[in-house]
Design a protein around this ligand. Structure first.
Ligand SMILES: *Cc1c(COP(=O)(O)O)cnc(C)c1O
Length: 510
């Protein structure tokens, strides 16, 4: 007799009894989340990659399964215990936000109902909600656009790809992407994926695009070539914002000579638009043809919550696509909404639900208060660093990223300090290369503040930990691999050589 499949593992999340089936499972999940967080009790599990691997236990796919409660309890507990928890004020390495509880609760409903936004008959209410939310958020970015609209994406990477794709579709000539060295790596990937030449990448010694250099780059393009300028509003490394009004002027001027487009990657900075106090930092963004916005960064959404906005929804027409089973012409003519052209994906999760619930629950003022709190925390951290002789501040923060380093140590020590804080699980800091006061390329520690509950005492404690690790000589064997290796994460092999399609185009050689 084979062992019976545990009944609780096969109950469905939807239908009239879905909620009743979920309720006891959620109790198990919430208990495991609470226990795991309490046991970790910090921003990261101590001990490096081997520690969480050990708590996961043995084989995942066994012959008969362990049942819903055991599996949920064990693995949710292992994930919580082994999490990098952005809700901890010392977890500040990346644009990795602590999600709001209200958004996470909404996301559970999206999972239970499982609408798929590739056809109306899979998502009647979700598609109506998405149409409302995308129009409202796009109007925030392009308040005077003729008919602002937005696509919901998996994040900045997909939005940047769509920005390049829509630019390509706007003109018969393939676009030549021009961006700064400060641009996100997904811009280069987008050109690679689309078979376009690699971007013409302008140096950004001051951290932002120089309009004079952009003008010179425009002038070097062959006549008639289509220029696509990609500007950044909030760089990943330092939060710097390119001079959007000047860049928008340049693109407008260039349009008298050639096809020219402007894409603004505001994955990080976009939500400043919620804040009356900080909105001015994004002046000019409304003039872009396409704008990337990530609400899983400064918008406190569970991953994924990306958007691509356009001032006029006609810009999205090139994405139109037919598949008879999803949007037959006669169905569309009969009035069924056609959703397939609202993404490059087919099956698509209702990420819009958590976004909509958050917007409705907090309102503009509620979101603005969170934005303002995070920016204030970054300013406070910068001030504490500036007052501490043992630390050097790179620059006042543009948004909520603070670069700093222990004073008088070399780059290798900065890198080792970060790894040692990771290894003991006390602090999760990022790293970024940027010039020092003398212009030398230097490695900095990066604190990306996204937690609106951060207190001054948290920031002071973080700096104390950095100072302690910086003063403590590195133990023998700290480099290059201080962490015990695990079967799940073997040491990486050397990267392959760039593919031929990534070779520089001829006009980069001048
Ligand atoms: C995070 C980020 C991206 C990539 O977004 P994902 O959501 O990670 O795909 C792109 N551009 C900038 C400026 C970013 O900060």
């Amino acid at each position: 007799m084979p062992a019976p499949i545990p009944l609780d593992s096969t109950l469905l999340a939807g239908g009239c009894s879905g909620a009743a089936s979920l309720r006891p499972l959620l109790e198990t999940v919430l208990t495991a989340l609470a226990d795991g967080a309490a046991e970790r009790c910090g921003p990261l599990p101590a001990g490096g990659p081997a520690a969480p691997d050990a708590t996961i236990g043995g084989t995942i796919l066994t012959e008969h399964g362990t049942g819903a409660h055991e599996a949920l309890g064990a693995l949710v507990h292992a994930l919580a215990r082994g999490a990098a928890d952005p809700a901890d004020p010392h977890c500040v390495a990346h644009l990795h936000c602590p999600p709001l509880a209200v958004a996470a609760a909404a996301d559970l409903a999206a999972s239970a109902l499982n609408p798929s936004l590739d056809s109306w008959d899979q998502a009647p209410a979700a598609s109506a909600l998405e149409a409302r939310v995308t129009a409202e958020l796009a109007a925030l970015v392009h308040p005077s656009g003729p008919s602002p609209d937005a696509l919901v994406t998996t994040g900045g990477t997909e939005s940047n790809l769509l920005g390049v794709l829509l630019a390509r579709e706007r003109h018969p000539a393939a676009p030549r992407v021009i961006c700064g060295a400060n641009a996100h790596h997904s811009t280069r990937r987008a050109t690679w994926l689309m078979g376009l030449p690699a971007p013409l990448t302008l140096p950004t010694p001051r951290g932002v695009l120089d309009p004079a250099a952009v003008r010179a780059a425009f002038e070097r393009l062959p006549p008639g070539a289509h220029a696509l300028l990609v500007a950044t509003a909030g760089t990943t490394d330092s939060g710097a914002i390119d001079p959007l009004p000047a860049l928008a002027d340049l693109v407008a001027d260039e349009r008298r000579r050639r096809p020219a487009s402007l894409h603004v990657d505001a994955a990080y900075g976009g939500p400043l638009l919620f804040s009356a106090r900080h909105r001015h930092l994004l002046a000019g963004v409304e003039r872009a043809d396409t704008v990337t916005l990530d609400l899983h960064k400064l918008g406190w959404q569970p991953i994924a919550a990306g958007l691509l906005t356009v001032p006029d929804r006609s810009a999205l027409i090139p994405l139109a696509h037919r598949a008879d089973y999803l949007n037959a012409d006669d169905d569309t003519e009969a009035g069924l909404p056609d959703l397939l052209g609202r993404s490059l994906r087919t099956t698509r999760r209702a990420d819009v639900l958590k976004i909509a619930v958050t917007l409705r629950a907090l309102g503009r003022a509620g979101l603005a208060a969170l934005v303002d709190d995070v920016l204030a925390a970054a300013r406070l951290l910068a001030q504490l660093i500036a007052e501490e002789p043992g630390l050097t501040l790179h620059a006042p923060p543009a948004i909520s990223t603070v670069l700093f380093r222990p004073t008088g140590v070399d780059d290798e020590r900065v890198a080792a300090v970060r790894r040692r804080l990771l290894a003991d699980g006390s602090t999760v800091l990022g790293r970024a290369w940027a010039p020092d006061a003398s212009g030398r390329r230097t490695l900095w520690l990066k604190a990306t503040l996204l937690n609106p509950r951060t207190q001054e005492s948290d920031l002071a404690a973080l700096l104390k930990l950095v100072l302690e690790r910086a003063a403590d000589p590195a133990p023998p064997g700290d480099r290059p691999a201080p962490f015990p290796q695990t079967p799940a994460h073997p040491l990486p092999k050397p990267l392959p050589k760039p593919l031929p399609s990534q070779r520089k185009p001829p006009d980069d050689r001048r």
